[in-house]
Write a new protein. Sequence first.
Length: 266
Amino acid sequence: MDVATSRDGTRIAYDRSGSGPALILVDGALGHRAFNPHGAALADLLQDAFTVHTYDRRGRGDSGDTAPYAVEREIEDLEALIRAAGGRAHLFGMSSGAVLALDAAAHGLAVEALALYEPPFIVDGSRPPLPPDYAVRVGALAGEGRRAEAVEYFMTAAVGLPAELLGGMREDPSFARMEQVAHTLAYDAAVMGGTMSGVPLPPHRWASVTVPVLVADGGKSEHTFADGADALAAVLRDVRRTTLDGQTHDVDPEVLAPVLRDFFAH
């Protein structure tokens, strides 16, 4: 494990493997190095062509969590990682991590190119939007020590799982690991901003992004992801839009890796 130090002094833990151009993998909600087997598998598949960096976003795993939280601090975390990686890097963002990666590029970080998989935008009526008080409520639940309830609220309100599935989910060993980082669900809500409210994307939020961007969704995912990916592609300058046949939000690294390899090579 290596450590990069962000502007506010927060220590950000990361692993580095392989050789070649720097590539940083940005997790979505609840993910971190010890709770993302797909991230490790993806790193293994790409390390022959890239120096792959997997890291714990602040508040997760071995990284620190200096208060108060702000999205800008997470962008500064990526800035520190890029600096540790040699000064420039490719970024791959998964789910809400895709939006964080986009924001980092929009803030002028030294990003060579971006690949984004299924940013969870809700831009139309294809599914219910998040409740207006979602961010406040999920943060309050975790802050009151009701971490299991915070995870369940995320699963139903944000992910869209039926409530009847929650009982079995609580019995799975992975649920306890999600509880450990439940407080960071409010962080991802802040990253997403109002982009899950069922209205069109803000046309200027990423207007300053000029690097090449790959926007991908899975062919077996809910239509919401395709609609969101299409909406994002429509507001970016240099974009490639693709769909991975047979894939869902739980994308297979074996399918994803060659797509990333091809995109970042051009």
